[in-house]
Design a protein. Structure first.
Lengths: 380, 100
């Protein structure tokens, strides 16, 4: 007897793989029974796959009943209206920065929807992700702060942001979250890669009559791999689809991508994420880097660093601590550890004023829980 | 007298938009989102490249198996509304640039 849970997962994966070149996953022909539809709809909502589900229905690749169609149409319309809010906020933010002579790069959904999907309506996203130019992170925060998009907490210590911070979250027009990135991922892997490696060049796309720049396809793929493997406890299907969509490109500069991952000391992330995306979405063979990913040999350092991430049994605290291993040089490492362990009084007071828990207490709690979790796993 | 060639209708360059299952959502700059359904959505779909009003009427007439004269009256009002909302714009018919 088949496991209904795994059948539901396969169905959701089939939605995530809709129109992915080379995928062997197939959607069912006929309308689903109501309980199965409810599970698929809920999973698609959670995993931001409503765009792909709507596309499958619109294309006739999956039949639905009239009530199922109405439910999907309603939810997809709401999501698309929100996408327009988010893009409006992105444009206003970027216009403001350009007026101050500051450029940014669009990241994640904002870029992927327009550059990598057959239609932007396939790709849902919940916020604006922008990459600041190297050395301009503070300038971007200042310009946006002057426009009323203030950060919620001050800098940990003077100079910390420009050397070590991954990202800061601001709130822009239409209650849209603006995630301003300095690097692409938290912890060691984020700090291993010089931000200058991400900036030059880029791929352009049109948004509301403006020409925006995103990362190159190779850098977008590396970013999607970080998100797939390191981002959440369980990988998000939409992020895996982003990775797969890019990995399948014939024009991908595979050598440049592997070289970039090598300089970022993240070949294991690239290899594992590609295999995960391919296996989950029923694709992979034929991708330029599929064989390379399967043959990649991991080092002890690779396995050690991955375990720092929540997706591999770690915690937010261990991820942050791993950052020291991504840095080069004693002074950089020392400055990072001092910044993490001993933030300024201004920062601590601001945290307290906002009712945030003590970082020490919270961090130690996470470390204890992570260790207990590993022990339980070892004795099973 | 300034020379004026034929004028085409086109999607306004600065509009943000998305296709949904039953409608098209469009958002002119600084304005609320507008839902296009029925004939308005059809006109938007046809203007993925600029068309003159005559071309647009002829295409719609062929699609609906009627005459351009039958279509033109209602189409004129619809286009005027969409121009007023900032969803469409006019440009010289020879202008090769067009929004997606």
């Amino acid at each position: 007897m088949s496991d209904p849970g795994s059948a539901a997962q396969e169905l959701t994966s089939a939605v995530a793989a809709y129109r992915l070149a080379g995928s062997i996953l197939r959607l069912p022909d006929g309308p689903l029974p109501e309980a199965d539809w409810a599970a698929l709809f809920a999973a698609s909502h959670r995993q931001r796959l409503l765009g792909l589900l709507a596309a499958a229905v619109a294309d006739g690749a999956m039949a639905v009943t009239a009530p199922q169609y109405e439910e999907l149409a309603g939810a997809h319309t709401v999501a698309m209206a929100r996408a327009l809010d988010i893009e409006s906020a992105a444009i206003e933010t970027i216009d403001r920065l350009e007026a101050a002579g500051i450029g940014v790069r669009a990241l994640k959904g904002l870029a992927t929807a327009h550059l990598d999907m057959h239609d932007p309506s396939f790709r849902l996203f919940a916020d604006v992700d922008l990459l600041a130019a190297p050395g301009r992170f503070g300038d971007v925060l200042r310009v946006l702060g002057d426009a009323g998009m203030a950060r919620s907490l001050p800098e940990r210590r003077p100079g910390f942001d420009e050397r070590f911070l991954k990202e800061e979250t601001l709130y822009g027009p239409y209650r849209v979250e603006i995630d301003l990135h300095r690097v692409l991922v938290l912890g060691a892997y984020g700090l291993s890669l010089d931000p200058h490696e991400l900036w030059d060049g880029g791929e352009a796309f049109d948004l509301g009559g403006r020409r925006l720049l995103a990362l190159t396809p190779e850098r977008r793929l590396l970013h999607a791999c970080y998100g797939s493997l390191l981002g959440d406890r369980s990988p998000r299907l939409m992020t895996l689809r982003d990775a797969a969509q890019l990995a399948a490109r014939d024009d991908l500069d595979a050598d440049a991508l592997v070289a970039l991952a090598r300089r970022a000391r993240a070949e294991v992330v690239l290899a594992r994420a590609l295999r995960l995306a391919g296996d989950t979405l029923g694709a992979g063979p034929g991708w330029p880097l599929w064989e390379w990913a399967g043959a990649h040999r991991e080092s002890m350092r690779d396995r050690f660093l991955l375990r720092a991430y929540e997706s591999h049994g770690g915690s937010n605290t261990t991820t942050l601590l791993s950052g020291v291993l991504g840095l080069r040089g004693v002074s950089g490492r020392a400055a990072y550890l001092v910044g993490m362990a001993f933030p300024s009084r201004t920062y601590v007071s601001a945290r307290q004023a906002r009712g945030r828990p003590s970082e020490w207490r919270h961090g130690l709690g996470e470390l204890v829980r992570a260790r207990s979790g590993r022990r339980r796993g070892a004795t099973r | 007298m300034t020379g004026t060639g034929p004028v085409a209708l086109a999607r306004a360059r600065r509009v943000l938009w998305r296709s949904c299952l039953t409608k098209v959502l469009v958002r002119p700059p600084g304005a609320p989102t507008v839902a296009l359904e029925g004939a308005a959505a059809e006109v938007w779909g046809l203007l993925d490249a600029p068309l003159t009003a005559t071309e647009l009427a002829a295409t719609l007439a062929a699609r609906h198996q009627t005459t351009a004269e039958d279509v033109q009256g209602r189409l004129g009002e619809l286009v005027a509304d969409l121009l007023a909302l900032g969803v469409l714009e006019t440009r010289p018919a020879s202008d090769p640039s067009a929004p997606r």
